[in-house]
Ligand binder design. Structure first.
Ligand code: GLA
Length: 745
């Protein structure tokens, strides 16, 4: 069993061949954290890791003892207010106003496999031998609440899934003010904190800063994980690079409000936490009820950031994403949004679709504007029935015509929203989230439906089902274009208003789940004004997500590079769009737009009718190339080589699972004159295997072994401007490597 419990030392050891995690029942029966990191031997006793010592200005637990303080020991799931004065993982407000708790070990269970988290996204196993789970029950006698700490260690992954369940066994009501999913006390603070932050149009840019004493945190209180912060952080050692060194990452499998925080105390202990943001949160834990936190994933590497990312990418691709499309190459799509916006007719859509078909595109997606009175952004959301003035043959007619062309058909929805100018709002003005007697703010003239209420979710479900049953729909783009304000639900009493943000996202998950169950073959792509809800929670329902509304190739280098730290490339919707670019007006060659978008769920987002025959021919070639290498682009092992956050040259690479093929994307943002010599050092290849390297498909560069490519490098020096006009600004190349034998001499 990869989880052991030693009765004498009262220690749990969770391990596989990559990592170890040690927990101890402490002298006061609470849980201590002893170690998380590279696999260590399975020894009986690690008592020396509980560093009980006298410290000035400290409070102690036992009457005749000056050494045991929770403020000084590393803990699993700490509470505030006894001898630990740092930020807690839990906080329970009791009827007398007290928030002091004392959760003591009672029992534990170790079993093969992993349980589902009802109503929540979570990693899973396909058979029990893939993972082992430990559940530890702690009990606070005074308030009669049980805490069940859940840990799953995967057999082949340097990752542990964690969550916590609160059960109220008393006849009193409690207010759960904080219920985080993960707490990890680390023995030092010699780390850099990496976060992925931004805004609309520039999501998930990498930011790096050394840890310092005190609290550093990111959060979202918007009702969605947000464009601004992402529920994923990394702690790395200062000298850790992409290819070597220690790092650990925590990722939250959740799409609503979150907090990720590190608190460095006076002895340089780092307390790392992730969970639902306690700000504005409270959950009324009624007698005999339970509260299950969302899941958090903790991963470790001793071999650099690429390996850490690969752990998340692999786990999420294979054991978080689900269903029919999980392992399938994703269809190359064309989306009409940037081609037509709201201004389309059936003829126009079919004209784009026909051209797309000729080029080899496989899926036609009709974006916003096909329903209700949605000819503009101020009306129609909430009315999920076709606008016959625009599409006289309905969605069923259009989808049939698209299918007749031999393409799949996809449709845009924004199920969580309503415009005041809609039948839904006119019939149910009480369906929106707003605070009684207060002004309700709008975003894009739309309001958020109160998905904390089942009848609201049911209404939308019924409408969607009607359309999905009538039409032949293969793909859904599920959008969400504003955040929650004036949060309040008329369906809940005052003591439950702190639950609404969480209940809302549970409603979203419920709608997804019902649709997936009914239409298991539909491919879902999540979207939130681009990448405003690009998180691991969404991936459980929608195996791909629109990475950003900004499809400019140069901006996308940063966005996709940043995103790759925590998420797989198959999840990243990546489209070639028009030049000049719609978001920032930049002109870039079609080549670099393709070379960037290839490394994702690929597609086009432009008006094919406006392109010259030369451009169309180039697109056809891009599509051929994508189809040939699609499985490596989307499912190959991803390596970051050169960062857009550090310089003018950007590069990344994918390697097939059997290491027989690899593709390197090489991008030079601005041209440079008489430039330096350049090489790319390629990891991840087989040392003795000889690779045929093509610089672009069909142009032979040479044969090199994996060892040579890793150590000598691939020479990428290019001609300087002025002497050779071949290179320009926004220049890119794809190097294609294919196994061609072994070195014979
Ligand atoms: C959001 C999406 C876009 C597009 C529009 C339609 O902004 O991110 O891709 O679907 O909505 O209104």
């Amino acid at each position: 069993m990869p989880i052991t419990y030693n009765e004498q030392s009262r220690e749990f050891h969770l391990y596989n061949n990559k990592i170890s995690y040690l927990i101890k029942i402490l002298a006061n029966e609470q849980l201590g954290q002893l170690y998380f990191g590279k696999r260590i031997p399975n020894r009986k006793n690690h008592n020396y890791l509980v560093e009980n010592t006298y410290r000035p200005v400290t409070s102690y637990v036992f009457d005749d003892d000056y050494s045991f303080s929770l403020g000084n020991v590393k803990q699993e799931y700490p509470a505030y207010g006894t001898t630990d004065q740092r930020r807690p993982a839990l906080d329970i407000k009791q009827p007398n106003g007290s928030r002091i708790t004392d959760f003591k070990y009672v029992s534990h269970k170790i079993y093969a496999g992993k349980r589902k988290l009802t109503g929540l996204p979570a990693t899973y196993v396909e058979n029990e031998s893939e993972a082992t789970t430990l559940e530890i029950n702690l009990y606070d006698e005074l308030i009669q609440v049980t805490l069940c700490l859940q840990y799953t260690i995967f057999e082949n992954s340097a990752a542990i899934a964690r969550s916590v369940k609160f059960s109220n066994d008393s006849d009193q009501k409690y207010q759960l003010k904080t219920a985080l999913s993960l707490n990890l006390d680390l023995p030092d603070a010699n780390y850099e904190w990496l976060q992925f932050s931004g805004a609309w149009g520039r999501e998930r840019h990498l930011h790096k800063t050394p840890l310092r004493p005190g609290i550093q945190a990111i959060n979202s209180a918007r009702g969605a994980s947000s464009h601004m912060q992402n529920p994923f952080v990394i702690l790395k050692r200062p000298f850790t690079t992409e290819e070597q060194g220690e790092a650990l990452g925590v990722s939250f499998v959740y799409s609503g409000n979150f907090l990720a925080q590190a608190e460095v105390d006076e002895y340089s202990v780092t307390r790392l936490q992730i969970g639902i943001d306690p700000f504005q949160f409270s959950w009324c834990l009624k007698p005999n009820e339970t509260f299950q936190t969302p899941e958090a994933i903790l991963a470790y590497t001793s071999e650099g950031l690429n390996q850490l990312s690969q752990t998340f990418q692999k786990l999420y691709t294979t054991r978080l994403a689900r269903g029919y499309w999980r392992d399938k190459e994703r269809p190359i799509l064309i989306n009409n949004w940037e081609a037509t916006y709201f201004d389309f007719t059936e003829e126009k859509l079919l004209s784009i679709a026909k051209k797309a078909k000729e080029l080899g595109i496989e899926l036609f997606v009709l974006d916003d504007g096909w329903f209700g009175e949605r000819t503009k952004e101020t009306a129609g959301l909430g009315d999920w029935y076709v606008n016959r003035n625009r599409l006289r043959n309905g969605i069923s007619g259009l989808s049939r015509k698209i299918h007749d062309l031999g393409m799949m058909f996809g449709l845009w929805f924004e199920p969580e929203m309503v415009n005041k100018d809609s039948d839904l709002y006119r019939n149910h003005p009480d369906y929106i989230i707003e605070t009684p007697k207060r002004h309700a703010s709008h975003g894009r003239k739309q309001y958020v439906l109160d998905f904390s209420r089942k009848e609201v979710v049911d209404n939308i479900y019924e409408q969607l089902v009607k359309i999905l049953d009538e039409g032949e729909i293969d793909y859904i783009k599920w959008d969400m274009n504003r955040n929650i304000t004036e949060c309040y639900s008329i369906a809940y009493p005052p003591e439950q208003q702190g639950e609404i943000m969480h209940r809302y996202i549970l409603g979203v998950y419920d709608l997804y789940e019902r649709l997936i169950e009914r239409y298991p073959k539909i491919l879902f792509e999540s979207c939130a004004s681009g990448g405003g809800r690009f998180d691991a929670g969404m991936l459980y329902y929608a195996p791909q997500a629109w990475t950003s509304d900004d499809s400019d190739a140069i901006e996308r280098l940063k966005i996709q590079y940043g995103t790759s730290f925590g998420y797989p490339q198959s999840m990243m919707g990546a489209h070639v769009s028009a030049s000049p670019n719609e978001q920032l007006g930049r002109n870039t060659p079609l080549k670099i737009r393709g070379d960037v978008a290839f490394f994702g769920a690929f597609g086009y987002e432009l008006d094919l009718d406006k392109l010259s025959s030369t451009k169309l021919a180039s697109i056809k070639k891009q599509i051929e190339l994508m189809k040939k290498y699609r499985s490596i682009f989307q499912y190959g092992t991803f390596y970051r080589l050169k960062s857009p956050f550090e310089g003018n040259i950007v590069s990344w690479m994918v390697v097939s699972e059997d290491k027989s093929q690899a593709i390197v994307g090489y991008y030079k943002i601005l041209n440079d004159v008489n430039c330096e010599y350049r090489r790319l050092y390629l990891p991840g290849l087989e040392a003795d295997t000889l690779y045929n390297v093509q610089e672009e498909l069909g142009s032979y560069l040479g044969n090199f072994t994996g060892d040579e490519l890793a150590n000598i490098g691939l020479v990428t020096t290019d001609a300087s401007a002025g002497q050779n006009q071949e290179t320009t600004d926004f220049y890119s190349k794809l190097f294609i490597l294919e196994r061609c034998g072994e070195l014979s001499d």
